[in-house]
Design a protein. Sequence first.
Length: 294
Amino acid sequence: MVPEEVGALRRERAVTRTRAVRSIAWHLGALALLAVLLYPVVWVIGSSLKPNEEIVGSLQLLPPDPILDNYRRLADGIAGISVSTFFVNSLVLALGSVAGVVLSASLAAYAFARIRFTGRNALFTVMIGTLLLPYHVLIIPQYIMFQKAGFINTYVPLLLGKYLAVDAFFVFLIVQFMRGLPRELDEAARLDGCGHPRIYWNITLPLCRPALITSAIFTFIWAWNDFMGPLLYLNEPEKYPVSLGLKMFIDQDSIQDYGGMIAMSLVALLPVLLFFLVFQRYLVEGAATSGLKG
């Protein structure tokens, strides 16, 4: 073998070793990051299978002798209230929020994206500017308004805004998607005698399905996990969602049931996970379609 071939072979082997070392280092880093991300999940699962006295201060992630007492206690309810009541209340709020956001945000987005009217750009700028307002700035005036209207201890304060397109983030998301649709579709529909309501319902809305489902997924998750809103407006435990039901496990005047709280928090993750798994392909489709438009 000539010296040139030997040198080329050595360089090829060096490149192969370098690639192997980089691949191993990358996979080890990814595994370390995965372990950090999964640690809270494993801790919750393990703690739900431990008695109360072993949850706090224990260094073991998974108990050697797992128990199901924490899950059995959920069947007995909390303070005389069935756990299913909290889940039904959360479903009412989450599904009601999804319906309101999808309907109102898509209507507002259609107006901004497909209809030319005086002051459209100014109104759109003001709407985007509302994203800069902290939620806590609006708490007091909103509470006073709903209190005077007699809506405290009802679901109206938690759902009304969803039907009035106050979530500027979702309006902006759907607007950006609608702007990518060909305007020739609207022009052809007008030639066939269609007005804006029919164009919106029969043409624009079906084409915006990825953006609508993306908005629905995020709305469902945010409404399901909302704690501040129900804490402000709901007074009766029978109307509490899951987020407030978890708080009832920790009472300063009684025994603190950490095991039951952790078990219920794990069960509360299942509806969100199922909702995401059912619609995740539409979420991926929306991201892929947006990428093609970019």
